[in-house]
Ligand binder design. Structure first.
Ligand code: ADP
Ligand code: MG
Ligand code: MG
Length: 508
């Protein structure tokens, strides 16, 4: 490894351990970066913000915390919050005792309807009173910070992680909180030259509408002079292609295949529930985090399907496209279940389906094989592994596993997954079978990633600027609020000053 690479790697490893900057990787000036505006400066925001109970007090993490603090400060409401906590704990125990294996086993939890009654109650008079309280004022102050402009100064940049179609992906760290992220940059000139505007905006808009532990989160979308940037969950463990092909013997052991397949399955179910078809399943697009959980990434080809509609279009990656895509037919969610079949096959066999590793057949040959050839299963495949692959890789989408009315839960119920407790998995409570080494950087050396060539002769004009402003929406509320809470900044800053009677005695 060259010296340049070693220096870049050790700087990144140090940052991940929280040894850069001040405490836990935060800038020395972090408190200054988080200075609250005076409440009188929040008046505009107070008038324009949507007064929706569910969004303000349930979905937004900081909003939820402040609403709970408000309720705890009120003797008549305290019990509701305690009940809410008890219900969360009960549901959690339901999952861990193993009685209910699927989220749909609601019948086993007699209290499963309670939370909605509670919300109905709290969303009435208490919600109105909350909006008159200093806790809501504080919420507005956090929202002002959330909406403040993003500049280069917001981040520290570390090494290059990878290269995409429109630009590079870099490791970065938020100066104020110390949180690590991956910044996907799309070069403005490249985007324009290759007419990638709609695609870039599509990826950004789909990502900001999602909140799943099995799909990368978008935290910030902003622009610099030369690039559009998406700041995403940092996935330090590298992609599955790297793990299948570049570490030891090709392929992964049974426990890892089953675990990754199960998490991908949950990710697909989440996307499909939101009517999003992913269309680009392949090992490169499945990334590992530092604990060994996976997330689906790269939503550049994803599309939102309107109610019951199908799409057309030869998109995806050669070798992983379903027969109905190759056949130029209309298709729906079925192509993602085909993709899952390809992934389970490749993780198990150590080579992609229909192709020997290193072989690059031309498109027509690949298409012929996918549509007509019988796949071969070596003795690396157990009976259930072979069975799930051949059911997912059924060339007829009507007969394919996952494509019946029960959708993804049919896949989860397959014998291949009998050792997986999906309830626990969905709650993030299953320990991954493999944990990436925190001292390693799981990607190619910096100098082995080709430099991104510059485009000449592209002039950016007014229509471009209009498009950039649609992209440049700044912080994504849920992800940013989680960042502030997870890094401890919320707890340290959200104290209430001694302002007469408005200062409650809060129990942190
Ligand atoms: P493209 O859409 O242009 O293919 P990707 O989103 O796939 O771009 O990103 C290109 C590469 O950058 C990936 O193959 C991966 O190596 C790296 N990368 C992308 N997102 C992340 C992330 N969240 N964490 C770590 N590395 C990432
Ligand atoms: Mg990609
Ligand atoms: Mg892409």
């Amino acid at each position: 490894m060259e010296i340049e690479s070693m220096v870049a790697n050790s700087a990144l490893i140090k940052a991940r351990e929280g040894k850069s900057g001040g405490s836990k990787g935060r800038s020395w000036k972090w408190r200054e970066m988080f200075r609250f505006s005076h409440i009188s400066q929040c008046a505009d925001l107070a008038e324009t913000i949507e007064r929706d109970y569910y969004s303000l007090c349930v979905k937004q993490p900081i909003g939820k915390k402040l609403f709970q603090l408000f309720c705890r400060s009120r003797p008549d409401l305290q019990n509701y919050i305690s009940l809410q906590d008890a219900l969360v704990l009960y549901t959690f125990n339901c999952g861990t005792c193993g009685a209910a294996k699927n989220a749909s086993d609601a019948a086993l939890n007699p209290f499963s309807v309670c939370p909605s009654y509670l919300h109905k109650l709290l969303g009435g008079e208490p919600f109105i009173q909350y909006q008159e309280s200093m806790f809501f004022d504080r919420f507005l102050q956090w929202k002002m910070l959330e909406r403040s402009p993003i500049t280069k100064q917001t981040f520290r940049q570390y090494r290059l992680l990878g290269k995409g179609g429109f630009g590079e992906v870099w490791a970065c760290q938020m100066r104020a909180t110390g949180m690590m992220y991956a910044c996907k940059k799309l070069e403005k000139t490249h985007v324009k030259k290759r007419k990638g505007e709609a695609m870039a905006l599509n990826e950004k808009e789909i990502l900001e509408g999602l909140d799943s532990r099995f799909v990368v989160n978008l935290a910030y979308a902003y622009e610099t002079k030369h690039a559009l940037c998406m700041v995403l969950t940092m996935m330090s463990g590298g992609d599955l292609r790297f793990h299948i092909h570049n570490i030891g013997e090709p392929g992964l052991d049974k426990d890892r295949v089953r675990f990754y397949a199960a998490e991908i399955c949950c990710g697909l179910i989440h996307l499909h529930q939101k009517s999003i078809l992913y269309r680009d399943l392949k090992p490169e697009n499945i990334l590992l985090d530092d604990n060994g959980h996976i997330r689906i990434s790269d939503l550049g080809l994803a599309v939102r399907l309107s109610e019951g509609k199908l799409v057309r279009g030869m998109v995806g990656t050669l070798g992983y496209m379903a027969p109905e895509v190759i056949g130029r037919k209309h298709y729906g969610m079925s192509v993602d279940w085909w993709g899952l079949g390809c992934l389970i096959y490749e993780m198990t066999a150590g080579q992609p389906p229909y192709r020997v590793k290193g072989e690059h057949p031309k498109a027509p040959e690949m298409e012929r094989r996918i549509q007509t050839e019988q796949l071969e299963y070596s003795d690396k495949f157990s009976k259930s592994a072979k069975d799930i692959c051949s059911s997912l890789l059924n060339t007829d989408p009507k007969q394919r596993l996952g494509c019946q009315s029960s959708g993804g839960s049919e896949v989860q119920a397959h014998r291949f997954f009998r050792k997986i407790n999906f309830r626990m998995l969905e709650a993030g409570l299953v320990k991954p079978p493999f944990k990436p080494d925190p001292r390693l950087v799981y990607c190619s050396d910096v100098q082995d990633i080709d430099e991104f060539s510059s485009v000449k002769g592209v002039i950016l004009d007014k229509t471009d600027i209009n498009f950039y402003s649609k992209f440049n929406t700044g912080r994504v509320p849920i992800t940013w609020q989680n960042e502030v809470i997870e890094t401890g900044c919320f707890k340290e800053l959200n104290t209430f000053g001694p302002e007469g009677s408005r200062s409650p005695d809060l129990d942190w």
